[in-house]
Ligand binder design. Structure first.
Ligand code: MF3
Ligand code: CO
Ligand code: CO
Length: 249
């Protein structure tokens, strides 16, 4: 299976879906506060997406039970929104939204903070954001995918953080997860070359401590850091254009 080059029409559809995914994060940002449960936020996300004529992609995806992933503190990704998980002062969290509009997917996530968070948490979040931006700067026709993971890992390590290698970015648009896998650690000049019309995510997960993730045995989704130290992530859906990159989300 090769990396899909999207048609004009597919690009239009994915652009619309990506706009809604990003708009959903803008919308939910006003509701993220101390004392609310992550299930409450997920309910609002579900309403917002469906009222906009779209479908939340996570719901029912390989059995995932909710409409978004909400990952707190030591949760790297795939946190399941829950009535029991109440946001408290000092928490950091990632909200990951994927929408389906007319069959087209857009995928994006951001970090949020509750009240005042530790200096270490602030630094981690800042570096994770910078890692995504540096990765995006490596996107252009003829460039290699491996350069994305090269610059991300270099930046994270320079700040004493580690990069999760068990989860990757991915092609996206006509399916939730398509080829290629976009690694967040990789050798310079490795991987396929990018071509105009390719659409994929970059979504680095950066840890304060060890890079390794362990999956919750009960729910079989929640991915946590093995040492329970903090993790942060940012994600955008990106289009390779004739001259460079367009951030769709
Ligand atoms: N949105 C996640 C990603 O960035 C995937 C979530 S899969 C789910 O690829 F099933 F947990 F929703
Ligand atoms: Co993704
Ligand atoms: Co996502």
């Amino acid at each position: 299976m090769a990396i899909i080059i999207k048609s004009k029409r597919q690009i239009e559809g994915i652009r619309e879906s990506s706009k809604l995914a990003a708009g959903t994060l803008d919308y939910i940002s006003e509701h993220v506060e101390e004392g609310v449960s992550t299930e409450y936020l997920d309910d609002l996300i579900h309403k917002y997406i469906t009222e906009n004529g779209a479908v939340p992609a996570p719901l029912g995806y390989h059995g995932f039970p909710k409409s978004s992933c909400i990952s707190l503190n030591d949760v790297i990704c795939h946190g399941i929104p829950s009535k029991q998980t109440i946001l408290k002062h000092g928490d950091i969290l990632n909200i990951d939204v994927t929408t389906i509009v007319d069959g087209y997917f857009g995928d994006t996530s951001r970090m949020f903070t509750i009240g005042e968070v530790s200096a270490e948490a602030q630094k981690l979040i800042q570096v994770a954001k910078e890692c995504l931006i540096l990765g995006i700067e490596q996107v252009a026709p003829k460039k290699r995918f491996g350069n994305i993971g090269f610059v991300i890992a270099k930046h994270a390590k320079a700040h004493g953080f580690s990069v999760v290698h068990q989860f990757c970015g991915h092609g996206v648009g006509v399916k939730f997860h398509e080829e290629p896998q976009v690694h967040h650690i990789s050798p310079k000049k490795s991987g396929d070359r990018m071509k105009p019309g390719m659409i994929f995510t970059i979504e680095p997960m950066i840890n304060c401590g060890k890079a390794e993730a362990t999956i919750d045995e009960q729910d079989e989704w929640t991915a946590r850091t093995v040492d329970n130290q903090l993790s942060a992530q940012y994600e955008h859906t990106l289009l390779v254009t004739d001259s460079g990159v367009e951030v769709l989300t």
